[in-house]
Design a protein around this ligand. Structure first.
Ligand code: NAD
Length: 343
């Protein structure tokens, strides 16, 4: 299959080469997909994209006009793709539904522990030979209530870590998962009112967009810790900044930001203007922002590359894969079975 893969970072190349074994003819380019770069798909069967690529309806139309039949995203989330537009033009979609959920769960825990123990500030002070203990008092997670919004693959992996720390884990999901051992399922309202730590693990959908807003923040315990490693737009960032300034949110750990497209994954240090909302947010000492890196482990990167190539293999054999297409119900879908355990 002839393929162009967009937004490829140098570190991804070896993982993709190992997965591909020269089966598919893949052109790797660093440019993101967008209206101006869609032309690179000319003569190809498939495009491979990532979360911050522009796969909106106009771009999907351009790809379809260029003869693209398949779009594979190297991510679990598919919110960056206009699925209806793809469905209308008969373009098949595939994602990587469950790669190493532990990678994202462990990053969530890293944000939580770094915030609670002021690790960033302590390290900065230590590097200046300032070993005072002032302003470094933390809190124990043991005995705290952790509320997970979304109890899928990553929610479960996150629950396991916080249970290990001796937390009470509660969760809210629109679907009750088969396995909720040691996790109490509660309503969204109860979770917001009772959790000391709230961690978001739901996909971005019209229902979850700005799920965390002025009204839902008002229900939270004063001084709550809020963690988001899912998608930026689950949080109304302006409302979160207001809540930080009022002390309603005590700690904020973000791996994703609602306006991250065109910003994250690149060095913008020398830009004359910095995103004012993000700058205001990061001015708070009790905020940690990481650049959508929760997936960035060797294990996860190899699983992403392996599954992406498997998706291309299935299409090459005229089979559908996963359930990312809007037309999935009409397809002969091959269930995706990938090893999600990290050794
Ligand atoms: P998953 O599909 O296994 O689980 C998502 C869960 O959210 C499901 O149980 C679903 O029922 C639930 N859900 C859906 N709508 C909801 C709602 N309105 N309220 C509450 N729960 C709802 O997905 P996953 O693998 O656990 O991934 C979760 C999200 O994490 C992905 O959608 C993606 O956006 C994000 N993610 C981020 C990174 C990163 O690097 N930061 C990496 C991978 C995934």
């Amino acid at each position: 299959m002839k393929v162009v893969a967009y937004s490829i970072k140098p570190f991804e190349k070896e993982f993709l080469a190992k997965a591909n074994q020269k089966k598919h003819d893949i052109t790797l380019i660093s440019n993101p997909l967008g209206p101006d770069t869609a032309i690179f798909a000319q003569g190809k069967d498939a495009v491979v994209v990532f979360t911050n690529d522009d796969v909106s309806a106009p771009v999907v139309e351009k790809l379809a006009d260029l003869g693209i039949k398949y779009i594979a995203t190297r991510s679990a989330g598919t919110d960056h793709i206009d699925k209806d537009a793809a469905g209308k033009r008969g373009i098949k979609l595939a994602n990587v539904p469950a790669y190493s959920p532990q990678a994202i769960a462990e990053h969530t825990a890293a944000l939580a522990l770094s915030l609670s123990r002021h690790i960033v500030k302590a390290d900065q002070h230590s590097h200046h030979f300032d070993f005072k203990l002032d302003e470094l008092i933390g809190f124990n997670f043991f005995g705290k209530t952790v509320g997970l919004i979304g109890l899928g693959h990553i929610g479960h992996a996150t629950a396991a870590i916080f249970k290990g720390l001796g937390c009470k884990v509660i969760a809210y999901d629109v679907v009750t998962p088969a396995d909720t051992q040691g996790i109490e399922m509660v309503s969204l309202e109860e979770l917001l009112k009772t959790a000391d730590v709230i961690s978001l693990h739901a996909p971005l959908t019209p229902q979850t967009r700005h799920l965390i807003n002025k009204d839902t923040i008002a229900l939270m315990k004063p001084g709550v810790m809020l963690l988001n490693t899912s998608r930026g737009a689950l949080v109304d960032t302006a409302a979160a900044v207001d809540a930080l300034e009022q002390g309603r949110i005590g700690y904020l750990g973000l791996d994703v930001y609602e306006n991250e497209k065109g910003l994250f994954f690149e060095d913008h240090e020398r830009d004359t203007n910095h995103d004012p909302l993000l700058a205001r947010l990061m001015a708070h000492p009790n905020v940690i922002v990481t650049p959508h890196q929760a997936f960035l482990t060797n294990e996860a990167l190899q699983q992403i590359a392996d599954q992406t190539i498997k998706n291309l293999d299935q299409w090459q054999n005229n089979k559908c894969v996963g359930n990312a297409c809007v037309c999935a119900k009409n397809c002969r879908v091959v269930p995706v079975n990938i090893e999600t355990t990290v050794n």
